[in-house]
Design a protein around this ligand. Sequence first.
Ligand code: GDP
Ligand code: IMO
Ligand code: MG
Length: 427
Amino acid sequence: MAGYVVVGAQWGDEGKGKVVDLLGTHMDMVVRFQGGNNAGHTLVVNGKKTVLHLLPSGIMNEKADCIIGPGVVVNPFVLLSEIDTLEKEGHSCSNVKISDRAHLLMPYHIRLDELMEQRAGAGKIGTTKNGIGPCYADKYTRIGIRVCDLKDWDVFQEKLKSVLELKNEEITKIYGGEPFDYDEMVKQFDEIRPRIVPMICDAVDKVNKALDSGKKVLFEGAQANMLDINYGTYPYVTSSSPTSAGVCVGAGVSPFKLGRVFGVAKAYSTRVGEGPYPTEQINAVGDELREKGFEYGATTGRPRRTGWLDLPVLKQAVRLNGLTDLAITKIDILSGFDSIPVCTGYEIDGKVYDTIPASLKDYGKAKPVYVNLPGWQEDISHVEKWEDLPENCRSYIKYIEDYTGVKACLVSVNPDRTGSIILKDLL
Ligand code: GDP
Ligand code: IMO
Ligand code: MG
């Protein structure tokens, strides 16, 4: 089957960008299907680091079409500045296309995200403040403005006029914020229109034609199952479906066209923003993981919360996505611990579970049940072969495989494209 999927298997920031870049060198097309510029996907090629927010991480392969799919929320200003940065560095972005059906993330979405978080105070979600929730909300209340509307300037202006009136009322009357000027916003969009319109395409047709002609198409997930709107720690989630099912609705393809589903999992865990996180280490160990793993958000720069590996979370990822492969990243960061606790279940009110409870009250009470796996001391960040990994490191990986029932296709030992031990054919 020609459809490949890469998804996060924890709380995001697992190293999806690195894995997509690696696979992307063999792909004809790379497609984002959900989320927006809340994502921060890091690629390191020949020591050069690039962080992408909206552009698919296949962009380094100039032969691959890079599609921003129908399910994505697109901030066109961010997109253009990302393209400008890459083009200044000599990368062509002529292969970038945007779905006509994608929703435009508007300046008022960003302001509302900020105001809503501010008003929530201690109850805030800890969003990236990029307007993601308010944009998806408008999509579902059917007052969104879509990318195709930029092609018909009268339609765009008409829609903006009526929506902005409503949004300004919400901004000023509910939140006491600053309203937007309609003419000013029309001018801003009119200025970027000539650059956006040539990139607009019927992505559903393009992606399906590619799949039907046997081309290799990779679907790049942003965020992860624990931030999923339906299955994450609601309301501390994002507003889209970052699972493989999200590919079908967010890219317009049948589930029968998807083959391999790669779940990217960090060898420990991190989370950005608020919400329950049972294996979190708010202590010296957590600080050590943050400093060694350089755990600071690729989008907001916020320090990431850090903790031990949570296997019920991975098990949920396997189920929700139908993972065929695990890509285990950042195992190099675990060198130097005498033993490494791994969470195999949660004790809640005296009973042990290996599933994620819906109620945040219950999940907040969850006490992780740990097994302590023996650690290793060696620096493994330049190891190239499975046999050269310390025995305890191999056992750690095997433990994850046994618990989840899914084999690892690669183990990543440093951030570079070349820094992975490949355990089975990736294509
Ligand atoms: P994404 O959102 O899933 O694409 O992940 P991010 O890019 O937000 O965060 C992953 C971070 O880990 C980035 O800084 C990567 O360069 C880095 N990284 C990826 N794989 C490895 C690895 O195996 N070892 C180390 N030390 N860093 C890695
Ligand atoms: P990538 O693709 C980690 C988190 C935010 C917040 C919650 C909601 O790089 O893995 P939002 O702005 O989406 O409304 O924020 O989700 N979040 C992420 N955390 N990685 C991400 O993306 C994230 N995108 C959103 O921190 O807790
Ligand atoms: Mg990230």
